[in-house]
Design a protein around this ligand. Structure first.
Ligand SMILES: Cc1ncc(COP(=O)(O)O)c(C=O)c1O
Length: 318
């Protein structure tokens, strides 16, 4: 879907017109991938637009900057406020929010530490990443020939732009082979995740997802799904599994901020289970209700963008 400009972008602490939020071609991060970003959603609720688990997203970004020795000129609170105000300034309701901090123009060369760190937050309307039809009928995946980045080569829990070279390779191959999404294995053959989503499996009524040591991104949707499963009495365990467990699953789904909860109906031309996904649907419905403010229990996950921003800083775990 082509990006539809909105009015303003938060750029180094100020709101600037969308078309003026530009950088030089010699921006360091463009060449070496030294940038940490987040993907967040605001969703319509009966009380106006609410950002889902905003503080957890910004905390993950701050953790990433620490891993990468980034000298952050912005505090966690400033980024939280920036996101809330941005949604309000742009008059958005359902939208995707993209904060990014990166090494800017200054010196070239691998060492980023001499360059100023810039930050931007943009927001725009973005539908279901794997399509509404995918959310309804399930998508077709392939196991990628590219392995998921290994914790010994790059930190997989930091959402660093450079990591996405790995995701891009897997995604392009999947699409060119006629699939909707790639599933990446670790270098040891364990199932890791999709190119931009975590993966869950259901077998004999038990829900499972790979452990963090399989090098997955610690997804905030993943965490929400685990909480929802527990609240709905669905047995759950964190468990590593291999390729053949994927084919033998009763149900599979991908989840992430962009993709929400999307069932997988086929992997490498094998139907998953009997082609229906009753437990996935239950989780998907509960997740969609949570993000749209329809479940009182999950209210603490929401930060309302229409209310004065100062009141929206405590999005702790339910
Ligand atoms: C590689 C990867 N895995 C998993 C996820 C899901 O994470 P979250 O649920 O926090 O959006 C994402 C999305 O950011 C991702 O890029």
């Amino acid at each position: 879907m082509t990006l539809q400009p909105t009015k303003k972008i938060w750029f180094d602490g100020a709101f600037v017109p969308w078309e003026e939020a530009n950088v030089h071609v010699l921006t360091h991060a463009l060449h070496y991938g030294y940038a940490i970003f987040e993907g967040i959603r605001a969703n319509s609720t009966p009380k106006g637009p609410a950002i889902f688990r905003l503080r957890e997203h910004i905390k993950r970004l701050m953790n990433g900057t620490k891993v990468y020795r980034m000298k952050m000129p912005f505090t966690e609170d400033e980024l939280v406020q920036g996101c809330l105000e941005l949604v309000k300034v742009n008059g958005l309701n359902d939208c995707y929010i993209r904060p990014i901090v990166f090494s800017s123009y200054g010196e070239m060369g691998v060492n980023p530490l001499k360059n100023k760190i810039s930050g931007a937050i943009a927001a725009w309307e973005w539908g279901a990443y794997l399509g509404n039809e995918g959310m309804e009928k399930g998508i077709r995946c392939t196991i990628s020939s590219w392995s998921r980045i290994d914790p010994r080569t790059m930190p997989p829990h930091a959402k660093c732009s450079a990591n996405y070279a790995n995701s891009i390779l897997a995604k392009m191959d999947a699409l060119s082979a006629g699939f909707d999404e790639a599933i990446l294995l670790t270098t040891n053959g364990l199932v890791a995740e999709g190119s931009g989503e975590n993966i869950f499996r259901i077998k004999d009524g038990v829900l499972s997802t790979p452990t963090k040591s399989a090098g997955v991104l610690e997804g905030i949707t993943r965490d929400s799904v685990i909480q929802i499963a527990k609240d709905n009495g669905i047995p759950f365990k964190e468990e590593d599994f291999i390729r053949e467990d994927v084919f033998a699953a009763d149900e599979l789904f991908l989840c992430g901020t962009a993709a929400n909860v999307t069932p997988i109906r086929e992997v490498d031309n094998r139907m998953i289970g009997n082609g229906t996904f009753p437990i996935t649907r239950k989780i998907q419905d509960a997740y969609m209700n949570a993000i749209h403010g329809k479940t009182a229990k999950y209210e603490p996950w929401l930060s309302y963008a229409s209310a004065p921003a100062i009141y929206n800083t405590a999005s702790e775990k339910v």
